[in-house]
Design a protein around this ligand. Structure first.
Ligand code: NDP
Ligand code: GDR
Length: 362
């Protein structure tokens, strides 16, 4: 019998990698997408065959984590063996602008899904993966961070994810449900949302290289992150639900880099060298060959409370599940730069042929 999985957040970065992984493993996959005024399925269009295809194994349902009755109906219809709760208002900076909405989706949405499983009477059979996060560690209490490091969230997003983390632990203990928290550190890819710092950098530098843009503005260049590749991390999301007993796992590379270093490595991929001068909000990065300032700091991207440093220790995942990340930091940056360079070249071609290029900016 083929297994049935339900993915919330299927249109997001991780959803798009996870759906491919599960289809490759022979699953029937159901995804929840939000109604939007424009198509929002770019990342999964190549695997979704449309509503009339034959022998379909991938289905999309309209839904929203703020809508309990919708979630109950989908769970009752689909009767999933596995639920992957990836949906969230996932942007830390935006969570300061929309704290209540973030709590509704990112905290209560998890509760609604868990309750929908219970209401459908599936709590003994459905396994549940929760997209927890290294942001839970926030103001870090020890380095590197492990499954037992105390939490200290530093944003409305992280506080909402803290609720989700604990409600998952509680449902596991209270109802004996198979629920796992994956405490994932930052993971990126060419389909990373454009307003997260890595993608913002690769998108901007490739456009600067081709003269489509003059300069990019960033916030805290000193922030340190443990960056991995999304395709490695979704393997672990699946693996966690295949164990005999549910547990929570840290998923990380165990290697840390600064935002400034990310800029330098990405620039080097484009044969550009950045020379830094100034400090804090006066810091700028010049392109060594032209002398032009191509990176500047804009304090508007600072956060009211920042997470300065994150570094994970994935030993438990390695020892118990045999998981290790395959993509190195440099390979990740390379892939992101190469993909964005192709996009920038297309824009450049249009521009040189007289078509106006007008893309959203952050
Ligand atoms: P994305 O922001 O790329 O994707 C988020 C997904 O959630 C999108 O499909 C989005 O839909 C959907 N969504 C947002 N709000 C709602 C809602 N109200 N109802 C239903 N769906 C909604 O995130 P990632 O793929 O990067 O991350 C996946 C999950 O993992 C998130 O929960 C994130 O917080 C968490 N996480 C991510 C990490 C990372 O580094 N990427 C690290 C640790 C945790 P739409 O496409 O319509 O916007
Ligand atoms: P993060 O990712 O907050 O770690 O959350 P993001 O890429 O947004 O920021 C990483 C660090 O870079 C600094 N920074 C900037 N960030 C953005 N977005 N834009 C800028 O211009 C900029 N300049 C500097 C930030 O201050 C921060 O320190 C991501 C999300 O995917 C969460 O959903 C997930 O839970 C965590 O990773 C783990």
């Amino acid at each position: 019998m083929k297994k049935v999985a339900l993915i919330t957040g299927v249109t997001g970065q991780d959803g798009s990698y996870l759906v491919r992984l599960l289809l490759d493993k022979g699953y029937e996959v159901h995804g929840i997408k939000r109604r939007a005024s424009l198509f929002n399925t770019d990342r999964i269009d190549d695997v979704y065959e449309g509503p009339h295809a034959e022998n379909k194994r991938f289905y999309l349902h309209y839904g929203d984590l703020t809508d309990s009755s919708n979630l109950i109906r989908i769970i009752q219809q689909v009767k999933p063996d596995e639920v992957y709760n990836l949906a969230a208002q996932s942007h830390v900076a935006v969570s300061f602008e929309c704290p209540e909405y973030t709590a509704d989706v990112t905290a209560l949405g998890t509760l609604r899904l868990l309750e929908a499983i219970r209401i459908a009477g599936l709590e003994k059979s459905t396994r549940f993966y929760q997209a927890s996060t290294s942001e839970l560690y926030g103001l870090v209490q020890e380095t590197p961070q492990t499954e037992s490091t105390p939490f200290y969230p530093r944003s409305p997003y992280a506080v909402a994810k803290l609720y989700s983390y604990w409600i998952c632990v509680n449902y596991r203990e209270a109802y004996n449900m198979f629920v796992c928290n994956g405490i994932l550190f930052n993971h990126e890819s060419p389909v990373r949302g454009e307003t997260f710092v890595t993608r913002k950098i690769t998108r901007a530098l490739t456009r600067i290289k081709l003269g489509l843009m003059d300069k990019m503005y960033l916030g805290n260049l000193d922030a340190l992150r443990d960056w991995g590749h999304a395709k490695d991390y979704v393997k672990m999301q699946w693996l966690m639900l295949q164990q005999d007993a549910p547990r929570d796992y840290v998923i990380a590379t165990g290697e840390q880099h600064s935002v400034r270093e990310f800029v330098e490595v990405a620039a080097a991929e484009l044969d550009m060298k950045i020379e830094w001068e100034g400090k804090n909000e006066k810091e700028v990065g010049r392109d060594a060959s032209s002398g032009k300032v191509i990176v500047a700091v804009d304090p508007k991207y600072y956060r009211p409370t920042e997470v300065e440093t994150l570094l994970g220790d994935p030993s438990q995942a390695k020892n118990e599940l045999g998981w290790t990340p395959e993509v190195t930091f440099r390979e990740l940056v390379q892939e992101m730069v190469q993909e964005d360079y192709l996009v920038a070249k297309r824009e450049d071609l249009c521009r040189r042929n007289g078509y106006e290029v007008c893309l959203p900016q952050e």
